[in-house]
Design a protein around this ligand. Structure first.
Ligand code: HAM
Length: 427
């Protein structure tokens, strides 16, 4: 067979059935957990008015370099649109549009799009799960949000996740800190890497993110935002830390933790998977964004949330040797040697009773059909030949155990299958 000359676009990939099963299981686990915490799902559009995403910060890489933008085709009302690079802005836009009662506790899942340089764990289309609490300032909301993310990692069996946490204070704090940091970094700029010098001109905070050797010493001596926090913000942060301790969630206060998006205020956090390469080890992140909804045309409203990268979480699970999912083998494969209509009826009947069933098509030989049955991983085969058809019976064969088989009457087929499966699962 010649290979198709079309490939999935750079930075995207196909998740094929075996792997997709792990995805479905992981996404379901998150949905169940979020519902258990009292969050409801929001399904919002995959694209929005570009203006919604400009609120992430025009100097951030996400906005300045990575946005997939396009124009609406309406010649009378051309509108700049963009594929969503994240969901917090969309959720805040939805809140400002619908004005639900607060606290509005919501969760979401779905693909995000960023025009990034693809590498291991970094894609142009990737999936996030996330949650937000809109309209609540109480540090207990911060604690609950972080707990939800933490319990999710725990539910997958991940043991090597580090929670890094910081407070960015309010907008004034950030402004004052930015000025101080900028002055400090400018004085040391001769020793900074060329890339960091460029970043410094646009967004001094992002220099703290540099992992380049020549920058590390300068960064480690940089002023920290903790010294600029107002007493209220300092107390808020202390309550969050105390609360996390009280529910047994370990964390590392990381005073130089800055995030890639500009909307953050007060609590910010990131989850690092210690078993992944450092460049792509962030398996989730989030924080407060107390001014974002107002900027999107809503009333002044606080918000806090997180998003977790499912692609990377699955890589982290693999790195920790975890087997995800609870997939069960197929219950039965129907082999019909009488033309195919028996297989149509029997699979239908079995599936209606809640069992899984498959069959082959095209009236193939018994040898060919038994081969497919075996490859399907089915526990049992139901075989219908001319003799069975004449006597209104079927043959039920054990494919995984001792290969034994019995004749059962057609009318008792479902009961016989149920009994055999029960026996198999009790062994
Ligand atoms: P973020 O840090 O940009 O935050 O993304 C969250 C997570 O998405 C990352 O930690 C990572 O696991 C995953 N991720 C990001 N970019 C990629 C990529 N190119 N390939 C694979 N995975 C990726 C946000 O998106 C915020 N909306 C989080 C938030 C919610 N803040 C408040 N509420």
């Amino acid at each position: 067979m010649s290979k198709s000359h079309y490939q999935s676009p750079r930075g995207t990939r196909d998740i094929l059935p075996e792997e997709a099963e792990k995805w479905r299981w992981t996404l379901n686990s998150f949905a169940e957990l979020a519902q258990r915490f009292g969050y409801g799902q929001v399904i919002s559009p995959m694209f929005e008015d570009l203006g919604v995403f400009l609120r992430l910060g025009e100097d951030t890489e996400v906005v300045s370099k990575e946005m997939f933008t396009f124009q609406d085709k309406d010649p009378k009302a051309p509108q700049d649109l963009a594929l969503r690079p994240e969901l917090t802005a969309s959720i805040c836009r939805a809140f400002a549009q619908h004005r639900p009662t607060t606290p509005w506790k919501v969760w979401y899942e779905g693909p995000q799009f960023r025009y990034e340089k693809p590498q291991a764990g970094r894609f142009r289309q990737f999936v996030q799960v996330g949650a937000e609490i809109i309209g609540e300032e109480d540090p207990a909301a911060d604690i609950e949000i972080i707990t939800l993310a933490w319990k999710f990692y725990e539910s997958l069996g991940l043991e090597h996740i580090t929670l890094l946490i910081n407070s960015l204070g309010n907008r004034e704090t950030r402004g004052a800190y930015n000025r101080e940091l900028s002055a400090y970094l400018s004085a040391a700029s001769g020793s900074l890497s060329a890339q960091s010098r460029e970043t410094l001109a646009k967004n001094p905070l992002r220099v703290l993110d540099s992992k380049r050797e020549e920058d590390l010493e300068i960064i480690s001596a940089a002023p920290t935002i903790q010294d600029f926090l107002s007493p209220e913000d300092g107390n808020h942060f202390e309550s969050v830390c105390d609360g996390l301790t009280s529910v047994g969630i370990p964390f590392v206060v990381s005073p130089r933790l800055v995030r890639g998006l500009d909307y953050y205020t007060r609590t910010t956090f990131e989850f690092a998977a210690d078993k992944l390469q450092t460049a792509q080890n962030a398996v989730g992140g989030g924080g407060r964004y107390d001014g974002l909804i107002e900027e999107l045309g809503g009333p002044p409203t606080q918000g806090i949330g997180f998003a977790l990268g499912v692609d990377r979480i699955l890589l982290a699970c693999e790195a920790e040797g975890l087997e995800l999912g609870d997939s069960k083998p197929l219950d039965v494969f129907v082999v019909d040697l009488t033309g195919g209509s028996q297989a149509t009826q029997i699979t239908n009947e079995i599936r209606d009773h809640g069992f899984s069933a498959d069959r082959s098509f095209g009236n193939r030989s018994i040898k060919a059909q038994m081969k497919v049955a075996d490859r399907s991983g089915a526990l049992f085969a139901i075989i219908v030949g001319d003799d069975e058809l004449e006597k209104n019976e079927v043959t039920l064969r054990d494919l995984r155990g001792d290969g034994s088989q019995e004749r059962v009457s057609r009318s008792n087929l479902v009961n016989a299958l149920a009994a055999s499966l029960k026996e198999r699962y009790s062994q």
